[in-house]
Write a protein that binds this ligand. Structure first.
Ligand code: BT5
Length: 260
């Protein structure tokens, strides 16, 4: 294992960061999101983090998979317990995208871009993805599992077909390969900063940073798939809505889309 993001390697880099405590490192796990959800149900505190060197059943959205080969990236989940109306849970995805982008850009000296709702791109390559799994209570979220996958270097033997044609890594796309413990700590710190802003009520600041991260998108024609069996339509991306939806101008007026 090269530079594994173990507790011994990451904790000294965290300072007083509230995200990363407790910190659990697994050499291999089915899915860090799945494991952290069971810890959350058992009462784990906000800020708890699970990181794995490899996942055997990494999850994407809508039942898709996430290729998580040993030593090839950061496969990480963070437990948050925000007081947030479940209808506004989309804001957590935006906040996470902003935080991940900032951490990666600073640590690797690159300029990544955000693709709605949850992809991190460098050039045309997908470096990372976000999967938020929220548990709703009465009127507020009980907790949210924030899952982050970030490709640092290609898997031994290259990406399998399941990773799709766009998968790329920091090492290939940026020619730089920051150490995984440093990247992991940078992700924790960046998430803590943006989460503090969001919970302090600065939704506008989060939205602005997201708009900047996705600036390439505005005015572009996008084809949007509205889910299994839901068909698709085309329009011009106009803006992001305060609740995290994407506003698209179509022939029949503006529509706001929500990610599944
Ligand atoms: C995502 O889903 O992009 C969210 C990925 C979240 C993964 C993290 S890892 C830690 C935590 N624990 C988990 O179990 N999951 C989270 P989505 O937008 O649905 O994209 C999935 C699609 O991306 C797949 O269908 C492939 O086409 C492609 N893909 C799979 N693995 C990839 C990889 N390693 N890099 C780039 N693309 C990949």
């Amino acid at each position: 294992m090269t530079d594994p993001p173990t507790a011994a390697a990451v904790l000294p880099l965290l300072g007083d960061c509230p995200i990363g405590r407790p910190y659990t490192f697994m050499t291999s796990v089915d899915s860090t999101n799945r494991l952290l959800r069971t810890l959350a149900e058992d009462g784990a505190p906000e800020g708890a983090v699970v990181v794995a060197d490899a996942q055997t059943a990494g999850r994407g959205r809508r039942g898709r998979g996430w290729v998580s080969a040993p030593g090839a990236g950061i496969w990480m989940s963070v437990l948050l317990r925000p007081r947030l109306d479940p209808r506004r849970a989309g804001l957590l995805t935006l906040m996470t995208a902003v935080a991940v982008r900032e951490a990666v850009d600073t640590a690797a000296g690159v300029e990544t871009r955000i693709k709605w709702p949850n992809d991190l791109l460098l050039g045309d390559r997908k470096l990372g993805g976000i999967l938020i799994e929220a548990a709703a209570g009465a009127g507020s979220l009980r907790y949210a599992i924030v899952g982050i996958g970030l490709n640092v270097r290609p898997p031994a033997g290259g990406f399998p077909p399941e990773a799709g044609p766009a998968a790329g890594t920091l090492a290939e796309a940026a020619g730089r390969e920051p150490s995984r413990p440093e990247l992991t700590a940078a992700l924790c710190r960046s998430l803590a900063r943006w989460y503090r802003r969001l919970t302090a009520g600065d939704e506008a600041g989060v939205l602005d940073a997201w708009r900047r991260g996705a600036s390439w998108l505005w005015g572009r024609r996008v084809a949007v798939h509205t889910g299994p069996g839901g068909g698709s339509f085309a329009g011009i991306a106009v803006d992001v809505a305060p609740d995290g939806g994407l506003i698209v101008a179509t022939d029949r007026g503006e529509r706001t889309l929500y990610a599944g």
